[in-house]
Design a protein around this ligand. Structure first.
Ligand code: 5RP
Length: 267
C-alpha cells in the first residue's frame, strides 16, 4: 500500500518494525471520570510507560500528566461528549480538532464508533469527517469499535461487521475486542490492521495472555490494552508479559512464567 511520507512515518512510530504494536490506553476517564487505578494517570503510567509503543489519551490528561520530554507516540482520543451518568454512551461527537492533534504532535487520532446503536450514523459520520481531515494532514485515524455497556455484543458477527465498516470509511487501523470463536474472520474481513482491546479486567492473568496470544495468532498486529494492565496489582509484570506476547512471540505459558518472575522481583 503506498502512503504519503507523513502518514507512513506516524504509523511507523506506533507500529514497530516487526509490524506489531503494544499501545497503552489511559483514555477511560473521558466518560468514566477518575475511574479506579486511573485517579492520577501520571502515577499510573510512570512504571509501565517504558513497555508501551504508544499511549491512547485525551488532550487534557496528556497535557496535565504526560511529560512532553519523556513521552511515547500519542494516539489522541478525539471523541466524547458523554458520561457514565448520561442517557447514552454512544452519543459521541468529535471533541478535539485536527489542528489540536497537529499542535500536540499526535501520531494518530482515535474515535469511537457505535455500530448498531441509536447513534450509529452520527458516530460513523464522526469517523468519516476525521478521516477526511486526517488524510489531508497525514494523521492516521484509529476507529474504536465500541459497544457501550452492551458487552454481550462482542461476537465475531458483530465485530466483523463493525471493523469492516470502520475500514470502509477509511480508518487506517481498527481497534476491536477479541472474540472466540472466529476472531480470524474478524481480521480477514477487515482490510486494515486490527488491534485487540483488553476490555474489563478478567479473572486470571492466564486468560489475558491466552486471548492476546490467540488474537495475534489470528492476525491482529497487537494490542491496545489498558485495564488488564493498570488495574492489575502487578502492572509491571503484566506489561512485560504482554510485551513478550506481542513482540517476542511468547506463548501464554512463557508469558505467564515471565509474569511470575517479575512479580517475584526476580527480573
Ligand atoms: C476506553 C477505550 C479503551 O482505549 C479501550 O477499551 C482499551 O482499553 P481496555 O483494555 O481497558 O478495554 O476505548 O474508552
Amino acid at each position: 500500500m503506498s502512503m504519503e511520507w507523513g502518514m507512513a512515518n506516524r504509523l511507523a512510530q506506533l507500529i514497530r518494525p516487526d509490524n506489531r504494536c503494544m499501545w497503552l490506553p489511559i483514555d477511560h476517564g473521558y466518560f468514566q471520570g477518575p475511574t479506579s487505578k486511573l485517579e492520577e494517570p501520571g502515577k499510573t503510567i510512570a512504571p509501565i510507560l517504558e513497555y508501551a509503543d504508544g499511549l491512547f489519551v485525551t488532550r487534557g490528561v496528556m497535557r496535565a500528566c504526560v511529560d512532553p520530554k519523556a513521552s511515547k507516540p500519542i494516539i489522541l482520543r478525539v471523541s466524547g461528549g458523554t458520561s457514565m451518568l448520561g442517557k447514552d454512551l454512544a452519543h459521541e461527537a468529535v471533541t478535539t480538532s485536527m489542528e489540536e492533534a497537529i499542535r500536540l504532535n499526535a501520531s494518530a487520532v482515535g474515535v469511537s464508533v457505535f455500530i448498531g446503536s441509536a447513534y450509529e450514523h452520527e458516530t460513523l459520520v464522526n469517523l468519516s469527517k476525521l478521516v477526511n481531515e486526517g488524510e489531508r494532514y497525514g494523521i492516521p485515524v484509529m476507529a474504536v469499535t465500541a459497544v457501550g455497556r452492551e458487552m454481550e455484543k462482542r461476537d465475531a458477527r458483530y465485530l466483523g461487521l463493525a471493523c469492516r465498516i470502520c475500514a470502509e470509511q477509511g480508518a487506517r487501523v481498527v481497534k476491536s475486542y477479541y472474540c472466540s470463536p472466529d476472531f480470524d474472520k474478524v481480521v480477514r474481513g477487515c482490510p486494515v490492521p486490527v488491534v485487540v482491546a483488553g476490555g474489563p479486567q478478567v479473572d486470571t492473568e492466564m486468560q489475558v495472555f491466552e486471548f492476546v496470544y490467540d488474537g495475534i495468532q489470528k492476525g491482529a498486529i497487537g494490542v491496545n490494552l489498558g485495564r488488564n494492565i493498570w488495574k492489575h496489582p502487578y502492572p509491571v509484570a503484566m506489561a512485560k508479559a504482554i510485551r513478550a506476547l506481542v513482540h517476542d512471540n511468547a506463548t501464554p505459558k512463557q508469558a505467564h512464567d515471565l509474569f511470575e518472575t517479575v512479580k517475584a522481583g526476580k527480573a
